[in-house]
Design a protein around this ligand. Sequence first.
Ligand code: FAD
Length: 437
Amino acid sequence: MKRVVIIGGGLAGVSAGHHLLEYEPVVLEKESAIGGLCRSFTQDGFTFDCTGHLIHLKNQYTKDLIARLLPNAFDAHERLAAIYSKSTVTPYPFQANTYGLPPEVIKECVVGFVESMHVNGDGSPKNFHDWVLRTFGQGIAKHFMLPYNEKFWKQDLRNITSDWVSWSIPKPTLEEVVNGALGLTNKGMGYNPKFIYPKNGGIDCLPQALARPVKKVYTNQTVEYIDPKKKYVRLASGLEEPYDFLISTLPLPLAYRMLKDTPDDLKFDAQRLNAISILNINIGIDRPHVSDQHWIYFPEDQYVFSRVGFPMNFSKSVAPEGTSSIYIEITHPANESPNVEEAYERSIQDLQKCGLLHPGDRILTRHVLDIKYAYVVFDDHRQAHVQSLIDYLESRDIYTAGRYGRWEYFSMEDSILSGKKAAEAVTSSMSSVKAYV
Ligand SMILES: Cc1cc2nc3c(=O)[nH]c(=O)nc-3n(C[C@H](O)[C@H](O)[C@H](O)COP(=O)(O)OP(=O)(O)OC[C@H]3O[C@@H](n4cnc5c(N)ncnc54)[C@H](O)[C@@H]3O)c2cc1C
């Protein structure tokens, strides 16, 4: 039987394994548990995911797959998300819910939006900054879109393309902007107005369920070297694992660092792919109901975090009774290491400043993760080079899958489907090899 090796036991990797069961694929995961970004951590009675991980399913195949693997395991929720700015909480999305903000701000947002409708832009937007101004106008750009996104992406938004925003950022109609300014709340906008979340425990039930029938899943196995000519991978332990077909869910820059005999220009292009990291600080608090929201965005620089969320509002099972849990997201450039202690102290102060924490609140637990590859930056370099980087790997029989293997803005559902697609590519290559033989 042909040997299939899969690098990475995140959702894409275990999904690829799940869809190749008859070939008994080997899944190699460097951490002590599978799951990747869909791992969950339980500590002092609290369960934390890697920040918030909520399931939005659009595709019938994944809906059926998850229902079959995990019947009755999820509760459905209607999103409760908000923005905290100018000492005011307004419902998400900002652009369609400005009521409650200072009247001058509301006026600028509505007038700017109307003006933007009458400006005929020259061709399609040149970059994300341009797209924001054209789509929302000066007021919404100034009071939310630009400060929030500059804080999040840690760079000039003129360096970011606008090809990823069409599905992820809701664009209101004039009626919705006016309704929102008058206090007629616009609900259900955007790609995630509803979601499902496990009734019991964290999101890691999903990768666990996909991996269950895959017999050869090995943790604590770090791949360090890929030889596409002799077709083997070498592990940090020194062991070598031969393959006929390789599926890589490694971030593309990492895959290129490990790949033997690669043209220098491709190596160079891969290292210049840009990502944003997230320092994720999770805390448990000895007071219930610190918020009734699922998550809150913070566009202002006076707050160190760009978003905080409340796992106890996803499921009662993830925090002990009488307590609350908070996840904090602080973005940073991928080539910088954050000072965790400073970030933690500052986060607690800022949570007190906006009133989410009270002076007497006790922190019962703290769990910190620094997610190096969190968000792929959609810049001109990515647009120009990502496909050739993927194509070259495929020309060497290495199929890429997942959010970082494809260098995309993938949801969990997308990553599951991407693993399935890589599995199908392997299966079809096998049959063409068989036909040829
Ligand atoms: C902050 C954040 C919040 C998110 N929230 C949501 C959400 O609410 N809803 C949603 O649908 N999606 C969400 N996502 C997206 C979702 O997490 C991803 O689409 C999905 O988890 C990606 O799975 P993956 O397998 O492609 O990558 P990963 O999960 O990164 O898996 C890659 C695996 O490869 C392993 N690996 C790396 N190097 C090696 C090596 N050298 N050897 C062996 N193994 C290695 C890693 O340890 C990891 O397990 C979020 C993402 C982020 C960053």
